[in-house]
Design a protein around this ligand. Structure first.
Ligand code: PLP
Ligand code: COI
Length: 350
């Protein structure tokens, strides 16, 4: 696939978080104990056996990362090694084969490279979302793992995940439903966790929130995470906290933001249980973070039958200085505008 970056004449600034069909996708098959070389496919339609364990028993996992175009035209991924590791943790949990890191990166890079015309230009506010997935396929009926697996990577240009663009604040509603049990599958990026969250998300949106916020399933007390993002909280004592929980997805962006807060903003950071009701009055800022969500400030939360404004003393200024600085640092690094010493940015050579 030739053509130049951003060659498709899309209205990039108008994109939401919707599927846009791009030219090709990468797919590899695992059978008889090994992966084939993989290939590029034109069709977005997957022919699947009706008995496939992915369809019945949710034997599947997925990942999400973004490719962004830098000012100088380089195409950058952000810490794709962590997505590879996380996919393999999920694969191990669901008795699926490991996707070797080299295959994962080749699939991601090939899908990005061969769809270069769909990569939104620098400064457009959009990016190319990359969705790797691993699914159990083939004839089956009883509860047992598949004998064949497909690893696929497709890409789609996207804009902001929440309707509000950029750093506009969002709201969350605490769900009466649990997302994940303490010893369950919450820390793995597997579709089963998200199917259970569809109804919770719908209910939260009926309440007028952007999405659901889950508390811990054991005590309904400590913050776990939002439906599609982890949570960060800036506190009155100047520290930055994020929930410690065995049930939340280990977010790539959260890990990065916590490190940036410590290294670049000199903040005290802590991963610890955060008791929503007991500590809410100490929150000066709150945000949801993730690949799709980036860093979205949270202005209010619905719980105990009422809306609770985060830090109402902030003169109506919903976006505080901590999240603003963290957003600028994270996005600046991801787009190649700010130098970093960690080796987080991974160039896709076109
Ligand atoms: N939590 C959930 C449930 C998610 O779906 C996501 C999105 O990937 C995240 C957190 C954020 O993770 P990451 O920063 O790796 O995208
Ligand atoms: C991501 O942020 O990459 C996700 O997978 C979240 C998803 C619900 C869109």
């Amino acid at each position: 696939m030739s053509g130049k970056i951003g060659g498709k004449a899309l209205n990039w600034a108008e994109l939401g978080f919707e599927y846009v069909r791009t030219d090709v996708r990468f797919a590899a098959r695992w059978r008889d104990g090994e992966w084939d070389a993989g290939a590029l496919l034109d069709s977005e339609i997957m022919p699947l056996h009706e008995g496939s364990p992915a369809l019945h028993y949710a034997q599947q996992c997925f990942e999400g990362l973004k490719a962004q175009c830098a000012r100088d035209g380089r195409v950058l991924l952000f810490r794709p090694n962590l997505n590879s590791e996380r996919m393999n943790e999920a694969a191990g949990r669901l008795l699926m084969p490991q996707v070797p890191k080299a295959l994962f990166l080749r699939g991601v890079e090939t899908a990005v490279r061969e769809n270069r015309q769909w990569i939104p230009p620098f400064g457009s506010g959009a990016s190319l979302y990359v969705r790797p997935l691993l699914i159990g396929v083939g004839e089956n009926l009883g509860l047992r793992p598949a004998k064949e697996f497909e690893f696929r990577v497709f890409v789609s240009p996207v804009g902001p995940y929440y309707k509000q663009a950029g750093m506009a604040p969002i709201s969350l509603a605490v769900s009466g439903m649990d997302r994940a049990a303490p010893q369950g599958t919450g820390r793995f990026k597997i579709g089963a966790n998200y199917a259970g969250g569809l109804l919770a998300t719908q209910e939260a949106q009926r309440e007028g929130a952007n999405e659901a916020l889950y508390l811990d399933a054991a005590e309904n007390r400590y913050i776990d995470e939002a439906g599609s993002a982890n949570i960060l909280v800036a506190l009155r004592d100047g520290s930055l906290a994020t929930p410690r929980s065995a049930a939340v997805l280990p977010s790539v962006n959260r890990r990065s933001l916590m490190q940036l807060a410590a290294d670049r903003l000199g903040m005290k950071t802590a991963e610890r249980p955060i008791d929503l009701r007991a500590e809410f009055g100490e929150f000066t800022e709150m945000a949801a973070c993730g690949t799709a969500a980036v860093l979205s400030p949270i202005s209010r939360i619905w719980f105990d039958d009422a809306w609770h404004e985060v830090n109402p003393r902030q003169n109506g200024e919903a976006i505080g200085p901590v999240m603003r600085q963290l957003y600028d640092l994270l996005v600046g690094i991801q787009q190649g505008e700010i130098a970093e010493q960690y080796g987080w940015v991974h160039e896709v050579v076109l």
